[in-house]
Ligand binder design. Structure first.
Ligand code: NDP
Length: 321
């Protein structure tokens, strides 16, 4: 089968086209024939070496397709089921063998492209808005990188929960997208000071929760945007990891800081079914629209990574095998 593999870490150049044997599902696994593959920023961390990974490796933590074979003991699916999964690696390929409890059955109305563009990012939005900090109607919240894959889902879901949303974006085109999805206040953070604007918008109070996946470059602005006893959710490193922080800094308003990961919020089959179920219902009801800004052939994975790291993408990016 065709796959994109890395033998060493580095720039997008290390993504190499290879021919590998089709995997055989082990006990508890399903073999999925991929129809669409999700590209996530974490793929770039694994490729660059920011997050360690045993090599060689086929990147890709998310794909959608059809169950072709079942490993011993799998009762959750039957051959022919339409599924999507969010798992560790192996997605940048024509077939993936993944634990059955990392996959979900797709409702009829959810296409493979939408599933691959939304499962991992949408479950992230679910745990951030519903469990990490349960967003309340009437709250004004801050979402950094609001026009990205996760950001576009966060904005729409937060609006559905009744929040007023302040979103940051890197270009006018991204500002238009964020506004079209319901973002109430858009800050162009390459030109405007985020904390100053947040204080203006909130009458000096600040926000009770801020979701920041940009990391290093936005950390100070996010910290300075929080209300007293506000929660800083740092959940990504698109601009690089946040440097070490002295707890004393949180004294400025008795602040809270958390660094959550999806794996800790979606651990079991029941949790993945619940989180994905909420997402797919909102998509089916038209509450959350999945913006697939870019589609690349799997063979063009290098170009997909360059676009994502170059801040050129809108919404989600998928690869077509
Ligand atoms: P995005 O589509 O959001 O892409 C990242 C965006 O970050 C860019 O489009 C860009 O938007 C912004 N950005 C700001 N500074 C930089 C920079 N220096 N380099 C590159 N991008 C920059 O990616 P995803 O939706 O895949 O992921 C969003 C974030 O969420 C990532 O940080 C990812 O790691 C994190 N994540 C965390 C999870 C968790 O469990 N903790 C799970 C899933 C995702 P702009 O041009 O508008 O600034």
């Amino acid at each position: 089968m065709f796959a994109i593999q890395i033998n060493r870490t580095g720039s997008p150049d290390v993504l190499e086209a290879v021919t590998l044997d089709r995997p055989t599902p082990k006990p508890g696994q399903v073999l999925v024939r991929h129809e669409a593959i999700g590209v996530n920023f974490i793929d770039t961390y694994l490729r660059s070496g920011l997050y360690p990974l045993p090599l060689p490796a086929v990147l890709g933590g998310e794909a959608a397709g059809v169950v072709e074979a079942l490993g011993e003991g799998v009762t959750r699916f039957v051959v022919g089921d339409r599924v999507a999964y969010s798992a560790g690696a192996g997605g940048y390929s024509q077939y993936g063998a993944v634990p059955a409890d990392r996959a979900v059955r797709l409702p009829d109305g959810i296409g493979f492209d939408v599933a691959a563009a939304s499962l991992l990012k949408g479950m992230t939005a679910e745990f951030l808005l519903r469990r990490c900090h349960p967003v309340q109607a009437g709250e004004t919240i801050l979402i950094q990188a609001a026009a990205g894959g996760v950001g576009t889902i966060l904005v729409q879901w937060a609006k559905h929960l009744g929040a007023t949303v302040i979103g940051t974006v890197g270009s006018e085109a991204k500002a238009d997208l964020a506004r079209s999805l319901g973002c109430d206040h858009v800050i162009l953070y390459r030109h405007e000071d985020v904390a100053t604007r947040v204080r203006e918008i909130t009458g000096g109070v600040g926000v009770p929760v801020a979701y920041d996946s940009v990391g290093k470059d936005t950390f100070e602005g996010t910290l300075a945007s929080l209300a007293r006893r506000g929660l800083f959710v740092t959940f990504g490193n698109a601009s690089g990891p946040v440097p070490p922080l002295a707890p004393l800094r949180l004294m400025a308003g008795s602040l809270y800081l958390t660094r959550p990961t999806l794996a800790d919020y979606v651990r079991t089959a029941a949790e993945i079914d619940d989180s994905a179920g909420q997402l797919f219902r909102l998509i089916a009801d038209g509450v959350v629209k999945i913006e697939i800004g870019q589609r690349f052939a799997l063979a063009d994975a290098q170009a997909a990574h360059r676009a994502l790291e170059g801040r050129e993408t809108l919404g989600s990016t998928i690869l077509i095998p």
